[in-house]
Write a protein that binds this ligand. Structure first.
Ligand code: PBG
Length: 379
């Protein structure tokens, strides 16, 4: 029995092993090595199970059969937690395939309605809408036009697919002729001038029937500005899902083809987050909570699961994670070459995102996942 015992660090509360301690917040461990700072301490665990050594402890006992594994499975996927991102474009009967994202299209309003009807019937009851406007200008004014592309899609969906949760992306990169996420001042995005426009876009989308407002622009102070504008316009009940922790990521590459939103010069590093920064992510999230965010998002997902897990420990708001275009494209590309089993790796990816702490997952694979689950998929 003593042969395989894991050593308990001197001073550790009885029964807590190193392996468990690694999952605890820094405050509880009194350690400084935890990357993202202060958390609520969790009470010490009252179990010695992990102490019992081989041969008494055999973790394979509960792995033996599918039914035993099902019994002790800690994390589950459900279509209830999946959100499908969609791209709305002008025209009628349009379904333009996105070459780097097999299975993803730019759809005209009539085709979006059709897609959402099918999606809803398959159990995915929430979508995230992006717009490809008729015209682009320096400010992105098509974003707050009452007759804008997303506004029209919202009205059609409200009439045709009752019950569908319509989340809208609030940002300007699809609407500006320069492709940046706000108003330019020279070659820089002017933070405070952009806030007023974000507020206008949000109110316009709420008026058209958006159920959730999801700002992805990364301007400082935008959650507060949007909250204030929504409240003043009579939309106090409309929640804000903040892309609180959005990194300047290469994983957005295929999206920019889909949304026709690549910046004409430079990049987004002056407003999106540095991928190196975990503590700053906690500050971003805390500020958005203070400003009135109702839900927080981490984006991208798989490369930032540590951030997601840290947010889960610190905040009790619902958390979303965006499994972005590049993550989807990599799976599709590898599967096309026969190098991975797409269904298996896709479901494993979504499961990992849930396990790390996401309540919601925004993913282009939402319908595929829902179909697999309906067919009795077991991880
Ligand atoms: C900005 C926005 C982007 C994505 C969602 N909202 C692109 C960007 O910041 O450049 C990326 C989503 C994806 O890659 O799937 N409006």
């Amino acid at each position: 029995m003593t042969l395989y015992r894991i050593p308990v660090k001197p001073g550790a509360p009885a029964g807590i092993q190193e392996s468990e301690r690694a999952l605890e917040p820094a405050a509880a461990r009194g350690a400084s090595s935890y990357p993202f700072g202060r958390c609520l301490p969790t009470p010490p665990r009252d179990t010695n199970r992990g102490v019992m050594a081989f041969p008494e402890t055999r973790l394979r006992r509960f792995r033996r059969t599918p039914d035993l594994r099902r019994l002790v499975r800690e994390t589950r996927l459900s279509p209830d937690n999946l959100v499908l991102p969609l791209f709305v474009c002008p025209g009628e009967g349009v379904a333009n395939p996105i070459s780097s994202m097999p299975g993803v299209f730019q759809h005209s309003v009539d085709r979006i309605v059709e897609t959402c009807r099918e999606t809803f019937a398959e159990g995915v009851r929430a979508v995230l809408l992006f717009g490809l406007p008729e015209y682009k200008d320096a400010e992105g004014s098509a974003a707050w036009s009452p007759d804008g592309i997303v506004q029209r899609a919202l009205r059609a969906l409200a009439a045709e697919v009752p019950g569908l949760v319509k989340i809208v992306d609030v940002c300007f990169c699809e609407y500006t002729d320069h492709g940046h996420c706000g108003v330019l001042h020279g070659h820089e995005v002017d933070n405070d001038a952009t806030l007023a426009n974000l507020a206008r876009q949000s109110v316009s989308l709420a008026e058209a029937g958006a159920d959730v407002i999801a700002p992805s622009d990364m301007m400082d102070g935008r959650v507060g500005a949007i909250r204030q504008a929504l409240d003043a316009a009579g939309f106090a009940a409309t929640p804000i899902l903040s892309y609180a922790v959005k990194f300047a990521s290469g994983f957005y590459g295929p999206f920019r083809e889909a949304a026709e939103s690549a910046p004409k010069f430079g990049d987004r590093r002056a407003y999106q987050m540095d991928p190196a920064n975990g503590r700053e992510a906690m500050r971003e999230a805390a500020l958005d909570v203070e400003e009135g965010a109702d839900m927080l998002m981490v984006k991208p997902a798989l490369a930032y699961l540590d951030i997601l897990a840290a947010l889960r420990r610190r905040f009790d708001l619902p958390l979303a994670a965006y499994h972005v275009s590049g993550e989807y494209a990599m799976l599709k590309a590898a599967a096309e070459r026969g190098w991975i089993d797409y269904d298996r790796v896709m479901m494993e990816s979504l499961l990992a995102i849930r396990r790390a702490g996401a309540d919601l997952i925004l993913t282009y694979a939402a319908r595929e996942a829902a179909r697999l689950l309906a067919a009795g998929w077991v991880e």
